[in-house]
Design a protein around this ligand. Structure first.
Ligand SMILES: NC(=O)c1ccc[n+]([C@@H]2O[C@H](COP(=O)([O-])OP(=O)(O)OC[C@H]3O[C@@H](n4cnc5c(N)ncnc54)[C@H](O)[C@@H]3O)[C@@H](O)[C@H]2O)c1
Length: 304
């Protein structure tokens, strides 16, 4: 458990799963509130729980999930973030926003530095998420200016690990599930677009350092990701190798609209101010994730 603390999770389970936290549910220091950040009454939560730290991660995050109900996605990041900030402010809790590398859109600067203001298409199919997170950042920094809150905004780059949903729709789980099924790996576009993959344990470390262990808040958002960049075609080969299936093919399908072509964080700020850098290699993180999916083999098999 988190440093002996009591943990209260607020989740509407719209993309998450209670199964993922089932091993915590009988722990008296853990509680799940099944609720929506957009609808919750912050005063009621404060009266009952008086949190000291609020980690705000609630948002659909994979393109198939966030594009299913785009207006809801946008409002989740605007109204949901405002509610969580109100909650944190009214009990003087520290507040962390899980922002995203998507605030950089399809970047013209490479690697991406926090000072880069991004290149987001405001009316494309990814805008509901990208603009929602940009607005969430604005809400955070207005609360810092207005109320002097202790906040931390992490711009998270592609992160993966065990307990991802097989139907999550992001490239890591897609490739692993396709390879376990013995299907060709499906790449959207020509496969030269790049991503930088970070293992989830490194992200959790960064969150704890940024919100719990620091005496002073960091000024402005911080990139959290792995600075090693791979093309999607290379990543397909790595996944096939990890699963011992080099025989599987790769099919290239139509590219997604506004898909970022290059993605790599500059993590100088995280190194200097948080003393953080990723410790997990892609190979080790992938091996642990593949093991998890293999254990769930039944649920990733194609339906008869
Ligand atoms: N995984 C990544 O690569 C990545 C990268 C950048 C940012 N992030 C951010 O990190 C956070 C977690 O992402 P994830 O990858 O674990 O995705 P996820 O879908 O596994 O987790 C999101 C969680 O939020 C919950 N949720 C969604 N809308 C909600 C609402 N209105 N009220 C309450 N709960 C709600 C979902 O049920 C789910 O449990 C998200 O805010 C995402 O934008 C993730």
């Amino acid at each position: 458990m988190l440093l002996g603390a009591t943990v209260v999770v607020l989740d509407d389970l719209s993309t998450g799963s209670e199964h993922n936290i089932s091993h915590w549910l009988c722990n008296p220091k853990f509680m799940l509130i099944h609720g929506d950040t957009m609808l919750i009454d912050p005063d009621a939560v404060v009266a009952k729980h008086r949190p000291t730290h609020v980690f705000h991660l609630a948002s659909p995050a994979s393109p198939p999930h966030y594009q299913r109900d785009p207006v809801r996605t946008l409002m989740c990041n605007v109204q949901g973030t405002l509610n969580m900030l109100t909650l944190a402010r009214s009990c003087s809790a520290r507040f962390l926003l899980a922002s995203t590398s998507e605030v950089y859109g399809d970047p013209e600067q490479h690697p991406q530095l926090e000072s880069y203001n991004g290149s987001v298409n405001t009316f494309g199919p990814r805008a509901c998420y990208d603009e929602g997170k940009r607005c969430a950042e604005t809400l955070v920094y207005e609360h810092v200016r207005l109320y002097g809150m202790f906040t931390s905004t992490l711009r998270i780059f592609n992160t993966f690990g065990p307990r991802m949903q097989p139907d999550d729709g992001r490239v890591v789980s897609n490739f692993i599930v396709q390879a376990i099924r013995g299907e060709p790996l499906r790449v959207y576009g020509v496969g030269v677009q790049t991503r930088s993959f970070q293992f989830v344990h490194d992200l959790v470390d960064a969150m704890l350092i940024a919100l719990v262990f620091r005496e002073e808040p960091v000024d402005g958002p911080v990139n959290i990701g792995c600075p090693e960049e791979r093309t999607i075609d290379d990543f397909a080969s790595i996944v096939k190798g990890t699963l011992g299936r080099p025989d599987l093919g790769v099919v290239h399908e139509q590219a997604a609209i506004d898909d970022p072509q290059r993605r790599r964080p500059d993590i100088t700020k995280a190194r200097q101010l948080l003393g953080w850098q990723p410790k997990w290699s892609l190979d080790d993180g992938l091996a642990e994730t593949v093991d998890y999916f293999l254990l769930r083999n039944a649920s990733v098999k194609p339906k008869e």
